[in-house]
Design a protein around this ligand. Structure first.
Ligand code: ATP
Ligand code: MG
Length: 382
């Protein structure tokens, strides 16, 4: 089996692989880039596995004139930068002992050992510089059958690192087969390990949920998280029932995926804190919530909060009520988002000044809202 992908044949990829080969080291692309190339899907980042120890990778890269940064020396990772491409080069590893969150690592000599410490069989695929695929653990059949399966004993792998629970659901959302459901052994292990999620940092939980909810259809994975008791530790109070309805509406009307819209429909307590949302994410989510709670009409919502939050609110509302989405509402939101209030302070001066001016402007804006954002300046000043 061979992969062919744009990223494999860029000057940067060729140069970085050659650099290791010339130093007589083994080097393989590994993980997401190989998996996604086999699926003909876009790739997020390029990871390389090598038998060279990290200090040596650093030296080889710098001697070859590349920028190299020891980004994760304790687990063997050096980031090598060529042009504007970054390569994470990690020395073959095996996990030797664990403290429940992070495995203590030792370096290894073969990709078979390196593969054992990875999470899922579909993530333990390797490819050499020519695109030849190496599959030490039988991940390829799983990938093609869309089976997300833990490497080794699921319960033990989760005990080593509880982040793997969230990764299990995330990879299922992206690469699993909704017809076959989740791997039963993995799901059972996630259910028993669920309380361990509470010990993960909110940043990591948030980052995983962001990726999970960005899948084309995260509903089956999210429902499984709820049923197995994992969601409770991620986002207490969340309710997954309207999510499939939302996804259906999005697909029917060709709305691009927006993870905050999915989050909006899930609800839950202290979302900003529990998922460490950025201020701008929290603001977008909050705006949609306010539109929904106050029942702000579409054009006004678009004007006050912008197109994205208003559109998310309209879609979420429709999903929660199991209604179809009104395309007229969407058009109104767009109109509102572009609209400009036609009266300025200048138009009211010198008749009005100070507080009276402010009050008058507010009054006129209210009239403008009542007109559905249609009244012009003359009409309002009349
Ligand atoms: P993405 O497309 O999201 O980047 P990815 O498979 O590349 O997917 P990364 O998080 O970038 O995922 O990790 C790179 C590889 O490292 C994975 O494919 C997997 O082999 C391994 N890996 C990452 N996190 C873990 C973990 N918590 N436990 C075991 N292996 C892991
Ligand atoms: Mg990756």
């Amino acid at each position: 089996m061979k992969i062919s992908a744009d990223w494999l044949n860029t000057p940067a990829s060729i140069a970085v692989m050659q650099m290791l080969e010339r130093a007589r080291k083994q080097a393989y692309f590994v993980g997401g880039c190989v998996r996604n190339a086999l699926l003909d899907q876009p790739v997020n980042d390029l990871d390389i596995a090598t038998n060279a120890p990290p200090q040596e990778v650093l030296k080889i890269a710098r001697d070859a004139g590349f920028k190299a940064i020891p980004t994760g020396l304790e687990h063997g990772t050096i980031t090598v930068i060529h042009g504007n491409t970054a390569f994470e080069i990690t020395t073959y590893r095996r996990d030797v002992e664990t403290d429940g969150r992070r495995a203590v690592v030792a370096f290894a000599d073969t990709i078979t050992e390196d593969a054992q410490r990875r999470d899922f069989t579909m993530n333990a695929l390797y490819a050499d510089a020519r695109g030849q695929v190496f599959d030490p653990l039988g991940g390829l059949p799983d990938l093609l059958a869309q089976r997300v399966r833990f490497i080794g004993d699921a319960t033990q792998r989760i005990a080593e690192d509880h982040l793997r629970i969230l990764r299990f659901f995330r990879f299922y959302a992206w690469y699993g087969d909704p017809k076959n459901g989740l791997d039963a052994e993995g799901l059972a292990a996630c259910a028993s390990g669920a309380p361990g999620v509470a010990a993960l940092s909110k940043e990591r939980i948030g980052a995983e949920m962001r990726k999970l909810l960005s899948a084309r259809d995260p509903a089956p994975a999210t429902a499984a998280m709820a049923q197995s008791g994992v969601l409770l530790h991620v986002l207490p109070g969340a309710d997954t029932r309207a999510l499939p309805v939302l996804v259906h509406l999005e697909q029917q009307h060709n709305f691009p995926v927006h993870w905050l819209r999915r989050l909006l429909v899930l609800g839950g307590e202290d979302v900003q804190k529990n998922l460490r949302l950025s201020n701008s994410e929290a603001k977008t989510l909050d705006a949609s919530r306010r539109i929904m709670e106050a029942g702000i009409p579409p054009a006004k919502a678009g004007y006050l909060f912008g197109q994205e939050p208003a559109q998310n609110a309209a879609l979420a509302m429709a999903a929660l009520l199991s209604n179809d989405i009104s395309l007229q509402d969407i058009a109104e939101i767009k109109r509102g988002a572009r609209a400009e209030f036609p009266v300025s302070a200048r138009d009211l001066m010198p008749e009005f000044t100070g507080k009276k001016l402010g009050d008058r402007l507010k009054e006129l804006q209210k009239e403008w809202f009542n007109s559905g954002l249609t009244a012009g300046k003359d009409k309002l000043l009349d």
